[in-house]
Design a protein around this ligand. Structure first.
Ligand SMILES: *Cc1c(COP(=O)(O)O)cnc(C)c1O
Length: 369
């Protein structure tokens, strides 16, 4: 006997419409900087304060002249350059359209319905979106009173269904850095079948030796479940072009490559990233300007009577709690955008001396109010 599928009759005037998966309506929304008038200065998105350097612009221009051609399938020239620079095999590197895209591919390959992913909260606001998108559950472990990852609590939150633990160091938005010993300790405590993703978007700005690139690459050699996530959006100043990558064991990298869209890294972004990687002078100048501005602004905020954590990133976190909205308004009144998280605090990007001065004026006015 054949079964005939019945097609539901449509009520006239009420044709069914395509419905997205149910989880789509549960996704948190990535926040935007507030304000209606475009501010004069931007301190809201942790972008670089500098435009691309002349050699990077030249590479962008040269690549743009060949945009009628597809890029390489997997960002091969960038992968080769990264492999040489980092001293890892090319098979261990996966490049993509920003580190967020690469993280999404990693989670697509390893997480899904029935699984969970553990991360600190507050941390990067993209994590719950990307985790839930896979159908996995997010387990958010509150930061300590010192605004840093509660590593023992995160290790305890791991269950038999945990696909990954995401660590963000320096943590966005609090800036706190995981010390070398703490990282080594949690890698020993987390079962070897659980991915440990170390998001190092701000790695270059840190002056803590424990958070160095070398140290994390050494950890990678000892812990095959570790994944390092890095980007060209921050210290390399290419946020608008979208280029990022991960470094992992060859099997993990192969799984991520298998779920990555072909030609995911565009030709211009790829050329710019290769050139930015070679322009160590520009990187050093960016990093030292950020470190100087960060120290000066931290000291100025402290002199105002504010308590804030030390930051390893190109930003500072002002944990002003319920004052977040009014402080953001004070900043907008000084024509500088910042990122506020209601009831928690305000994150201020460092690097532009004009933006830093405007934020300081805003903080002084806000405190006087
Ligand atoms: C900015 C940022 C990224 C970078 O994302 P891209 O997609 O590479 O621009 C990743 N992780 C954290 C924690 C960030 O703050």
């Amino acid at each position: 006997m054949t079964t005939v599928q019945t097609i539901p009759e449509t009520v006239p005037g009420t044709s069914p419409v395509p419905r997205p998966r149910q989880l789509v309506s549960t996704l948190p929304v990535y926040s935007k900087a507030g304000g209606t008038v475009p501010p004069r200065w931007r301190a809201s998105s942790n972008e670089s304060f500098l435009p691309p350097s002349p050699p990077v612009l030249a590479a962008i221009d040269a690549a743009a002249r060949h945009c009628q051609q597809y890029p390489t399938l997997q960002g091969d020239p960038l992968v080769a350059a990264l492999s040489r620079g980092l001293g890892v095999a090319e098979d261990q590197v996966v490049a993509g359209a920003g580190s967020l895209a690469v993280l999404q591919q990693l989670l697509t390959a390893f997480a899904g319905p029935g699984k969970n992913v553990v991360f600190a909260w507050r941390s990067y606001e993209a994590y719950p979106i990307l985790v839930r998108l896979t159908g996995a559950r997010d387990i958010q472990v509150p930061l300590t009173a010192a605004h840093t990852h509660d590593l023992p609590a995160m290790a305890s939150a791991v269950t038999a269904d945990t696909a990954a633990v995401i660590l963000c160091s320096p943590n966005n938005p609090t800036g706190t850095v995981l010390a070398a010993a703490a990282l080594e300790d949690i890698l020993v405590r987390i079962p070897s079948h659980v991915l440990v993703v170390l998001d190092q978007a701000y790695l270059e700005f840190t002056d803590d030796a424990g958070a160095s690139s070398q140290h994390s690459l050494a950890l990678l050699a000892a812990h095959p479940n570790l994944v390092l996530l890095r980007t060209f959006s921050k210290a390399y100043g290419l946020a608008g072009l979208r280029a990022g990558y991960l470094v992992a064991g060859e099997d993990i990298a192969a799984a991520v490559r298998a779920v990555s869209p072909p030609f995911g890294l565009n030709k211009v972004a790829e050329a710019a990233a290769v050139a930015a990687l070679a322009d160590t002078k520009a990187l050093d100048a960016t990093v030292s300007t950020v470190r100087e501005g960060r120290a000066a602004l931290h000291a100025a905020f402290t002199a105002c009577g504010l308590h804030l954590p030390d930051s390893g990133g190109n930003f500072l976190w002002l944990p002003v709690g319920d004052g977040a909205a009014s402080l953001e308004a004070a900043c907008l009144a000084e024509s500088v955008s910042v990122r506020s998280f209601a009831g928690e605090g305000v994150r201020v990007t460092v690097g532009s001396r004009d933006a830093e001065a405007a934020v300081l004026r805003a903080v002084e006015a806000w405190l006087a109010d």
